[in-house]
Structures are given as structure tokens and as C-alpha cells.
Write a protein that binds this ligand. Sequence first.
Ligand code: F6P
Length: 359
Amino acid sequence: MKVGILTGGGDCPGLNAVIRGVIRCTNSEFHGEVVGFLNGYKGLIENNIKKLDANADSGLLQRGGTIIGTSNRDNPYSYAETIGGKRVIHDVSDRVVQTYNDNKLDCLIVVGGDGTLSTATKLCNKGLNIVGVPKTIDNDLSATDFTFGFFTAVNIVTEAIDRLKTTAESHDRVMVVEVMGRDTGWIALYSGLAGGANIVLIPEIPYDIEKVCQKIYERKSRGMNFSIIVVSEGAKPLDGDVTIKRMVDDPTTGSRYGGVGNIIGDKIEEITSIDTRTVTLGHIQRGGKPTAFDRILCTRLGVEAVQMAKRGEFGKMVCLKTPNLESAPLEEASKTRIVNLDNQMILTARSIGISFGDQ
Ligand code: F6P
């Protein structure tokens, strides 16, 4: 059994643990061979490989990032390259098929988000045997209960909130913490609950800045002179839109989110005259070691991806349906799961007095 693996899209804690699961299962259970394609689809297009033998798995369980690199730009169906001094964007998916065949692969395991996995769906239609492993810290895929990397990101934010709380309390300040999550508020919601935030602003619940300030005043009237606000990068005001830092030449997103935390912090200071600071956690949320939960989940996902390949279950991805792993068609990777207003986590948060800036 010869297995190829690539990681695509933004990195995520646990990618290396998935790779380790794939290497170990392929070697010990099926006496097979694994090759990694470097930097996402670019490695497949250019046949740039790294042999992942039985010893290559050492130290991978706890290592952040991905040892085979990643990219969210190199889509084989719209690949940019310079030919004869001219920059062209064209379909090079036949090169991917060539690489797959040249390496005599039995299957390819693609670890990525919706963009990477929707490209994988198209490649399946060209005859490649692909098994997907969904990945994103945003936890916004409906096919799986939780995506790996999510709880690691939540832990990192929670730790940051704990630290910010002591300085906020010492100075009687409002601290605004901007977190990732794109158009869903999972990271903000879970870390807000875990860290004991007072206000959580998520894209699914447009906020009213006056209501946000009311909550701060209400706390102050009880002698609580500091407040912690967790803001999802995609949060938007009632009468406004998401804050875009910059438009980019990135086929998956097209825009970079960021800056809403500063806008909210400035507004709060202007309205309340309370000293306010904003911290944007950014890519810290994606770096470093995965938590124990994510290490176990990633190991299971890597092993199950190999088992699915062995059973010939191609065109599918492995999903967590607690407590089991199941599979779903690769197409389902593009179905987004947002935070519904009747989600129990929202109701729990409201019951303990967390404000979402809407009431
Ligand atoms: O999708 C994961 C994510 O971390 C989002 O939460 C964030 O908006 C985006 O990726 C950042 O992407 P990049 O690494 O390209 O800046």
C-alpha cells in the first residue's frame, strides 16, 4: 500500500499528529509506504515529495505546524505560473494526475479545509483515490462535531483571557480580545465561556455598541470596575458589516479579516471614558502544541483515513460523530456550520450573565 499525503490551507495545531497517525498505521498495520507532497497542491503539481518512513514520525505528536508545509494559494485548477516571461493562470490538474500515477499511489490523503477539500472532490472525478481529513481551527464544518485544532485554539485564547483579566482588574480597565473564526463565532463563544468573559461578540449576533456599554456600566454599578470582551474577527454591528483589514489575491478568502477589536475598543472608550485596551491574538491561536484532546483526535483521524483507504472508501472524508468516527462525502466539506441562536452554549452563556451585545 502506497499512501500520499498533503496538507492544504491555513495550518492548524494537530496536522503533524494526523501525519504521524497515517505513517504509523500504514507502516505497522499494512507494511506500506507514505510520501508527503510538499506545500499542499504545489507539491503534487510539481512532484515535490518527502519520503515519510517509519522513523519520520518521531516527535510529531506534539509538534505544531506541518512538516510537509502548506499553502492556500496553489489550486491546480487555477494555478499561477510564469511561462515565457508571461504570468498565466491555468488548469494544471492533469499534472496532478501524472504525479499521482508516477508515484504509483494507491491513495492520497488530503488534510485541509473547505477550499482544499473541494479541490479534492474535483480530483476524485479525474480518477484519483482520495480520502479527506477536515481541518480548521474555526470549527465551522457541519459534517463533523468538532474539527481538530479548535480546542487547542480555545485553550490558547482561554489562557490569554486569564492573563488579561488580572491586568484589567488591576487597572480598572476594559480589555477587548479579538480572536479568529472568520464568519463563525465558535472560538469566541467557547473561549469566552472557558475564560469567564463578560461580553462575547460573534458574527451570528450583530452587536449594538450601546448594549455593550450598558453591560460595562451594569458591572461597574456592582463594583466590578473591569470587563473582558471577546470579539470574533467577523463580528459586525447591527447597522454595519464585517471589518476587512485588506483585500488580497487569495483564491480561498479574497479578504483578510481583522481590526474590529480596535474599532470596538475605541468606541467603548469614547462612550464610557473607561480606559480600554485591545489585544489581537491572531496567529498565536494557530501555533504550537496541540492539546491532549486534539492529539488523540488527530491520531484517530489519521488512522481512520488509512483504514478508509484500505477499505476503498474514496471520495469521502473522516468525521467525528462523538464518540465515533464516521465518514461523509467530500462535498460536505463546503457546508458551513454557524452558531445558531438557540445553541445550548449561547443559552448557557446568557444564563450566567454573558452579554452578546444584543439585549
Ligand atoms: O480559517 C482559519 C483562519 O485562521 C481564520 O480564522 C482566519 O481568518 C484565517 O484563517 C487567517 O488566514 P491567514 O493565515 O491566511 O492569515
